[in-house]
Write a protein that binds this ligand. Structure first.
Ligand SMILES: Cc1ncc(COP(=O)(O)O)c(C=O)c1O
Length: 430
C-alpha cells in the first residue's frame, strides 16, 4: 500500500507540465520562506526571525477586533463577503483612497489611478510580466533592480526565464558597526532590453530607504528611456509608515506605486493597492478580471471603514511606526550585547521590519549558518536569495542574513544568543 504523500510525489514525478508549469512548480526561495514561516508558527519553541509576518501589535489587534465587530453588526462585513467587487476593486475605497492621497500628498490622482489586487505580491507578478518577457518583436525585455539586495518575492515572479537584471550597490561604512547601501549610478546601465525599473522603498530585506536624490535620478532615467519606475511602498508613507528616515513620497504618471494592507497588520486580507496612470490601471484591472474576476472584498471594506473613521493614517503614525521604532532599537541593543561589529555589521535600519546582518569574515556561508540555526530552532533567511538577476558571483551575497525583528524581545534575545554561539563555533572550526 503506497502512502498518500508517496503517491502524490509519484504522480508529480510522472506528470508532464508545460514550460510555465515546470517553472512555477519549483521549490522557490519564497516558497521555502513561507514554508518555514508556516512550520515555525506551528512548532512550539521555534524562534521565528525568518519570514515577513508583521507584528501582532496589541493596540492594533484590539482595534481590528472592535472594527470587525461593529462592521458585522452594521451588516458591512456580510455585505462585503457576499458580493463580488468589480475587477478594479471596491469603488468606494478607490474614491476614498484617491481623496486621501491627493489631499495628504498633493498627488493629482482620482479613482481611475488606482486598482486593487489580491496582495501586492500578485501586483508584482502582473507588472513584471506586463513590462518584461518577450516583446511583440520577439526581443527579451527585463526588469532592472538598480540596487541589489532586493525583495526575495520578486525573484521567481517572471513567466519567462532570465527576467531580472540587478546592480551591485556602493557600500558606505558608518559608525557603530553599521553600513548603508547606495545605488551605484556609475555602473548602472539602462540598456535597450530594460522594460521597467523596480525598487522597494523601504527595502526588504535591508531596511534601506533610497534617498530622495536617488529616487529623482531613477525617475529621470526611467523617463529618459520611456519605461515605468515601480516603487514598492509596502512599508512606506503614508501607511503603514514603518519608516524612520526622512523620505519624500514620490509619484507621477511615469511611476507605479504599489502599496499593501499587509504590514498594517492585515496580511490575511491579501489586499494590494496599485497607483499608476490610467492606462496602466486599466491594464491591471483587465488582468484582474481574467486571472481572478475581482480582488477580494474584505480587506478593502476594512480599509474603507478605517479611512472613514479617520484612523488609517493616525494609527500608522501614532501606533505602528513607534512600535517598530522601539522594537528595532531594542533589537540593535540585544545584538550588540552578544555580537561585536568585528563579527557582524548591521545595515542602518531606516524602515521595514528586518535587520540585515553582514558577517564579513565568517568562515562559513550564511546558507550553512541558516541550516545550523534551523537545527537549533532559530529561523532566519540566508542572504543569497535577495540578489535576483545579479550576473556576477559576489561573495557578499553569501555573507549576509536577514532577521525579522518583530518577535518579543525575550525571543529575539534567545535567538541572538544562539546566533552568537553558532558564530563562535564557526570561527573555532575556522
Ligand atoms: C517589499 C515587499 N513587497 C511586497 C510584499 C508582498 O506583500 P503582500 O502580497 O502581502 O501585499 C512584501 C511582503 O513581505 C514585501 O516585503
Amino acid at each position: 500500500m503506497v502512502s498518500p504523500s508517496v503517491f502524490k510525489s509519484l504522480v508529480l514525478a510522472i506528470m508532464t507540465f508545460s514550460v510555465f508549469g515546470d517553472k512555477f512548480t519549483r521549490y522557490a526561495g519564497i516558497t521555502r520562506l513561507m514554508d518555514d514561516l508556516n512550520d515555525g508558527l506551528r512548532t512550539p519553541g521555534a524562534i521565528m526571525l525568518g519570514g515577513g509576518n508583521p507584528a501582532q501589535i496589541p493596540e492594533m489587534q484590539a482595534y481590528f477586533s472592535e472594527l470587525c465587530s461593529s462592521m458585522l453588526e452594521e451588516g458591512k462585513l456580510t455585505e462585503a463577503l457576499c458580493n463580488y467587487d468589480g475587477p478594479q476593486g471596491k469603488s468606494t475605497l478607490l474614491d476614498a483612497l484617491a481623496k486621501l492621497l491627493s489631499k495628504q500628498l498633493g498627488w493629482p490622482i482620482t479613482a481611475k489611478n488606482i486598482t486593487l489586487t489580491n496582495g501586492s505580491q500578485s501586483a508584482f507578478f502582473n507588472l513584471f510580466n506586463l513590462f518584461a518577457g518577450k516583446n511583440k518583436a520577439g526581443q527579451q525585455q527585463r526588469v532592472l533592480f538598480p540596487l541589489a539586495p532586493e525583495y526575495i518575492g520578486y525573484a521567481d515572479a517572471g513567466i519567462d526565464e532570465d527576467l531580472f537584471v540587478s546592480n551591485k550597490p556602493n557600500i558606505e561604512l558608518l559608525p557603530d558597526g553599521q553600513f548603508k547601501y547606495h545605488v551605484d549610478f556609475d555602473s548602472l546601465k539602462v540598456t535597450d532590453d530594460i522594460g521597467m525599473i523596480c525598487v522597494s522603498r523601504p527595502t526588504n530585506p535591508t531596511g534601506n530607504v533610497l534617498t530622495d536624490e536617488e529616487i529623482y535620478r531613477l525617475d529621470a532615467l526611467a523617463k529618459q528611456h520611456d519605461i515605468p519606475l515601480v516603487i514598492d511602498n509596502a512599508y512606506g508613507i503614508p501607511f503603514p509608515s514603518i519608516i524612520f528616515s526622512d523620505a519624500t513620497p514620490h509619484w507621477n504618471t511615469n511611476t507605479i506605486l504599489c502599496m499593501s494592507l499587509s504590514k498594517l497588520g492585515l496580511p490575511g486580507s491579501r489586499c494590494g493597492i496599485v497607483i499608476g496612470n490610467e492606462e496602466i490601471i486599466r491594464a491591471l484591472s483587465n488582468m484582474n478580471g481574467i486571472i481572478s474576476l475581482a480582488p477580494g472584498s474584505i480587506g478593502p471594506a476594512i480599509a474603507l471603514e478605517m479611512i472613514e473613521r479617520g484612523d488609517l493614517l493616525a494609527l500608522s503614525e501614532n501606533v505602528i511606526k513607534p512600535f517598530y521604532r522601539q522594537r528595532v532599537e531594542q533589537t540593535l541593543q540585544i545584538l550588540r550585547r552578544y555580537i561585536s561589529p568585528e563579527r557582524c555589521l548591521i545595515h542602518k535600519p531606516e524602515g521595514a521590519i528586518f535587520l540585515w546582518l553582514w558577517f564579513q569574515n565568517m568562515p562559513i556561508t550564511t546558507e550553512e549558518l541558516y541550516q545550523r540555526l534551523k537545527k537549533r530552532g532559530v529561523l532566519m533567511v540566508p542572504g543569497h536569495y535577495f540578489f535576483p538577476g545579479l550576473a556576477q558571483e559576489w561573495e557578499h551575497t553569501h555573507q549576509c542574513m536577514r532577521m525579522n525583528y518583530v518577535p518579543e524581545p525575550d525571543k529575539i534575545e534567545r535567538g541572538v544568543q544562539i546566533l552568537a554561539e553558532e558564530l563562535d563555533i564557526a570561527y573555532r572550526e575556522g
